[in-house]
Design a protein around this ligand. Sequence first.
Ligand code: ARG
Length: 581
Amino acid sequence: MNLSLDALINQKLEIIFKSLNLDTKFAIVKVSDRPDLSDFQCNGALALAKIEHKNPREIALLIASELEKDSDFAKVSIDGPGFINLTLKDEFIAKIMDKTAEDKRFGVPETENKHLVVIDSGGPNVAKALHVGHLRSAVIGEAIRRIEKFVGNDVISDVHLGDWGTPMGMILAEIINQDGNLDKTETYNIDEISAFYKKANIRCKEDESAKEKARIITAALQDGNPEYQKAWRHLRKVSVDAIKKNYDVLQTHFDLWLGESDAHDASGDVVKKAESLGLAEKDDGALIIRLEDSAKPKPPVILIKSDGGFGYQITDIATIKMRYEDLHAQEIIYVVDKRQSLHFEQVFEASEKLKLAPGVKMQHIGFGTVNGKDGKPFKTRDGGVMNLEDLIKLSEDKVRESIPTADEVDGYTEKDIDKLVEQIAIGAIKFQDLRNTIGSGYVFELDDFAKFEGKTGPYIQYAIARINSIIRKAAESNISAGNIALTNKEERDMALKIAQLGNTIMRAHAEKEPSIISDYAYTLAQAFSSFYNTSSIMNAENPQAASSRLKLAQLVRDILKQLLYLLGIEAPEVMLKKSGL
Ligand code: ARG
């Protein structure tokens, strides 16, 4: 069921266009550019006139006179060179609102071409604490996952753990440096492992021979050296446990916890295929595929590095093969920092040359960096990398400034408050991330992102909680929801806003752009505010108006919850605010 008002009008237009023998491609309306004149406009007559070399107003007149016969329209007019302006009758809009409220999906249709989408996001690395960059990948990936599911696609999300590159050899080498061997490795926890990695990083930057050693160990590890493998398995396990805890707090879900290492055998197959297709070439000790002959020449991809190991590129290429053969992916979406766009162009082109995943749509959704006020990547106060845990703590501290403690409110334990703080803090972080178009970086607004006003997560959460409280009060006054009737401008404006839900979600899906949803959620919450300021439920003019408004309020609440869900954000039933705020 598609209850978008424009879709419903398009259906009407299509019938009229057919009867007039006009190309139905142009039987399309959009939300009016002139809301003072109309609800929707159709510009089809202008396009048709160009093709048929006719006067646009004449064609518009033909269409308009048919539309006028339809009692769902309050007004049909032709303006300017041939725009058809359409205003719907309040009764029609109200009827659609009733239907929307009855539908589990709020009248948003599923996609016509359902398929299996694999989402590659998160991209954490063994032994490295998650930082704000990883936050974006996980948060955007989760929103895209939920949107894909909502439109009816099957989705498999895969975290694609960085567990097979040189950093692995670097850590092992560092442990050997310090302990003389790897015997104690299995006693090390995540902090100790991260500390080894940090030291290894410094050492390898300063000392070429240390780097070389790390490379040799990595190649041996990949080659199956049992001692290295045993130690590495521990590093991986401890890291995965720590990362999972972080993602649980963030409420980002991954169906698969595969890593680069899982693509090892498939990498070998890729090399064989490249060789058999005559695409592999020796170059300076490495094995490569050249990508110079395409429309956009690119540097070659490296299949085998000169030290004999597999690197970042071939593991991604082999993973495509696995996603196609084992998972039967029809689309693969990578949510990765946009600075890796060349890497993905290379990987996609190589996999095409190798015919690894015929017909699979692949897309890199590249996101920009999270910056501090100085325009540089977001750092902690003392200039360190902002870890995800630090960021969550910072957000929780901010939220605590706005909500009362357990002693200050009845019926709340400290645990309840902690839970609420977490829900708001995570909502604030995620919304701030998802309110920006993915490609653009953003400045982390330390002062504003957790506020209850403005375009923030807490503002939407608060709007929902406010409606919950209105609904509870209405129940106490024995008001029950009834048929929707529009009695004033604010109700009508809000209904028209609600009617844009379907298009909003479909656009967010098509453009893989959750910010379209956050934008809409914000304006819908604002429309509710204006509505509620003018249209009282408790003191309505008559019982019908009260029932209708209650139903509209419930509908907006349910839609806002759904929208937050799509963004991966929880909606607490009740929100608390410190008095005086
Ligand atoms: N681990 C990588 C990094 O931290 C990101 C992985 C992204 N996904 C992929 N399939 N390459 O940069």
